[in-house]
Design a protein around this ligand. Structure first.
Ligand code: DC
Length: 239
């Protein structure tokens, strides 16, 4: 027993025990522009679960760093700001319920999507202390109920114990087209490389994840696959 304690298998087993009878978490990871947000929202709406955009959480902190004129290349300064951050985790009602972080009571919805924040966020997201803080905060979201959480490390790092893991991807050309149709000209190959090669919680396919390449699929088709698989697992007694 002593030899088993604190091994990855032990931590996994403990988390699994803790989650018996606790809310269901659908982990939706994948590459940029693979349709995570659209599909996570569709699934949350269809199942009545709370939608959590973890990318928005990292973006909110990145925006806060810019506001406070903290050098985003200085990991210590970013970690210090994160530690002192007086933010609030809330769940808002709407077409579907969604969890978000507020800065002084304000959700910077537009500001976190600017080119300046987009350029800053990978640096902030690579700081290990920031990732620890985010993981704890993201796990706290279960207090709002069943979740559909989208990100890069949800199935591998934030909720490794969940039975509901999905990994979305699409061909680079298709993803570039999707971003262009949103008016964003972005080097997605470079972003994927940064996300999957960073040391802290890199983008990876989680063990047991259902991989969906949706290059030739609409979001209605993609979300239908996810919902069907979740229902199948629930009927089989998963969760
Ligand atoms: O999904 P997005 O583009 O809003 O993500 C913004 C950035 O945050 C992106 O560089 C990847 C990073 N991110 C992360 O490292 N881990 C997550 N769980 C979510 C996003």
């Amino acid at each position: 027993m002593a030899r088993f304690a604190n091994t990855p298998a032990w931590i996994f087993f403990r988390l699994k025990l803790e989650t018996l009878n606790s809310p269901i978490v659908i982990a939706l990871d994948g590459t940029s522009a693979s349709g995570k947000s659209t599909n996570a929202k569709l699934v949350a709406q269809a199942l009545g679960y709370v939608y959590v955009d973890t990318g928005a959480m990292y973006r909110t902190l990145a925006w806060h760093c810019l506001q406070k004129k903290v050098d985003i290349h200085d990991a210590k300064a970013v970690a210090a700001l994160c530690r002192q951050w007086k933010t609030k985790l809330v769940c808002v009602e709407g077409e579907f319920r969604s969890a978000r972080l507020l800065v002084d009571g304000y959700f910077p919805e537009k500001e976190i999507r600017t080119a300046q924040t987009s350029a800053a966020v990978p640096h902030v997201a690579a700081v290990p202390k920031v990732r620890d803080w985010m993981k704890k905060t993201q796990r706290d979201c279960v207090k709002f109920g069943n979740l559909v959480m989208e990100g890069r490390d949800i199935g591998t790092n934030v909720f490794p114990e969940t039975d509901f893991k999905f990994y979305l991807d699409a061909h680079l050309d298709e993803r570039t087209k999707r971003r262009a149709s949103e008016g964003v000209d972005e080097n997605l190959a470079a972003r994927d490389q940064r996300d999957s090669q960073r040391k802290a919680a890199p983008l990876m396919i989680a063990l047991g994840a259902t991989v969906i390449n949706n290059s030739q699929m609409s979001s209605a088709e993609t979300s239908a696959v996810i919902i069907k698989e979740v229902r199948r697992k629930l009927a089989a007694g998963g969760g």
